[in-house]
Design a protein around this ligand. Structure first.
Ligand code: ADE
Ligand code: ZN
Ligand code: ZN
Length: 260
C-alpha cells in the first residue's frame, strides 16, 4: 500500500516536473542537418572532409558534441550549445556568458579549421563540434532566455506527459513524425540555386537572428502547463523541417569556404 502510494505520488510529480536529462536537438535532427550539408558540399570540400573524418559522415559525427556533453573532461564546451538573449534584445549588447556561447563556439571551430598550424586531431574535434553547433543554432530554444534556460524550466505536457518547451523542440515534434534522418534529408524542400543562395547569405550572427525570430514565436506558442498534442506538431513540424534544411545549407556554406 505504502509502496503503491509512493509510486503514485512519484509519477504524479514527474508528470508535472517534466524532468529530463536530455537537452539535445535530438540525434535525428542533427544527423539530418549533417546529411543535408553533405548534399551541398563542393567536391573539393567533400574530399578534404572525408580525409579528415577518416570516412565518417557529417551525419555520423553530428552527435559527438552531445556524447561528450556530460563528460567532466569536456566541461569547457558545455556552454557552446546555446546562447541566451532577451526576446527583444540584441546579441551584441546583451550579457555574455564568460564561458563562451554558441556564437563564440562556432567562430572558434571555424578559426581552428582555417588555421594551417592546427593539428589534425584539433581539426577533427572542431569539425565535429561545428557540425553539431550549426544544428543547435537553428533550434529556436537554443537562443532562448537565460531566466528559463531556453525553455527548459517552462513546464508543458506532451500528449499528456510531463515535458518542457525546450524538450518539445529538441526532440518531441520530430520524434512524433517517426522519420529517419535520411528520410528527412531526402524529403527536404526542393530549392532553386537562387533560394539556396539567399538562405546561405550572411554570417553566423545573421543566422542566429533568423532563428531568434522563431524563438519569440515558440515562447508565445504554449502556455505553462498546456497539453500540447497533434495540432502543435501539425503547425510546427514544417518549421522544424525548414530549420534543419537551413542549418544544413549554412553548414555547407561554412565548410565550402573553409575547405576551398
Ligand atoms: N541548455 C542548458 N542551459 C541552457 C540555456 N540557458 N539556454 C538554452 N539551452 C540550455
Ligand atoms: Zn537542447
Ligand atoms: Zn547541442
Amino acid at each position: 500500500m505504502t509502496k503503491r502510494f509512493l509510486l503514485l505520488v512519484f509519477s504524479f510529480l514527474m508528470s508535472f516536473t517534466g524532468f529530463s536529462n536530455d537537452d539535445i536537438w535530438g540525434p535525428t535532427g542533427h544527423r539530418a542537418t549533417g546529411k543535408i550539408a553533405e548534399n551541398h558540399l563542393t567536391n573539393r570540400a567533400k574530399r578534404k572532409i572525408d580525409k579528415l573524418l577518416e570516412g565518417e559522415s557529417l551525419a555520423f559525427v553530428s552527435t559527438y558534441a552531445d556524447e561528450i556533453k556530460s563528460d567532466r573532461n569536456y566541461r569547457e564546451f558545455y556552454s557552446w550549445h546555446y546562447v541566451n538573449m532577451p526576446l527583444d534584445g540584441k546579441y551584441e549588447t546583451s550579457e555574455k556568458n564568460p564561458k563562451g556561447d554558441l556564437i563564440t563556439g562556432i567562430n572558434r571551430c571555424v578559426k581552428v579549421l582555417k588555421d594551417k598550424n592546427s593539428t589534425v586531431k584539433d581539426k577533427r574535434f572542431h569539425l565535429k563540434m561545428l557540425v553539431h553547433l550549426m544544428g543547435d543554432l537553428h533550434q529556436p530554444m537554443h537562443i532562448g532566455q537565460k531566466e528559463d534556460k531556453g525553455g527548459n524550466t517552462i513546464q508543458v505536457q506532451w500528449h499528456g506527459r510531463g515535458s518542457n518547451l525546450h524538450r518539445v523542440w529538441d526532440e518531441s515534434i520530430l520524434s512524433k513524425w517517426n522519420m529517419s534522418y535520411v528520410e528527412l534529408a531526402d524529403n527536404a524542400k526542393r530549392l532553386s540555386k537562387q533560394q539556396v543562395k539567399v538562405i546561405q547569405k550572411g554570417n553566423v550572427v545573421d543566422w542566429m537572428y533568423d532563428t531568434h525570430k522563431l524563438t519569440k514565436e515558440v515562447y508565445a506558442s504554449a502556455k505553462v502547463g498546456e497539453n500540447l498534442r497533434y495540432r502543435y506538431s501539425y503547425v510546427y513540424f514544417p518549421i522544424v523541417r525548414e530549420q534543419l534544411q537551413k542549418g544544413g545549407l549554412r553548414l555547407a556554406k561554412l565548410l565550402n569556404d573553409i575547405f576551398c
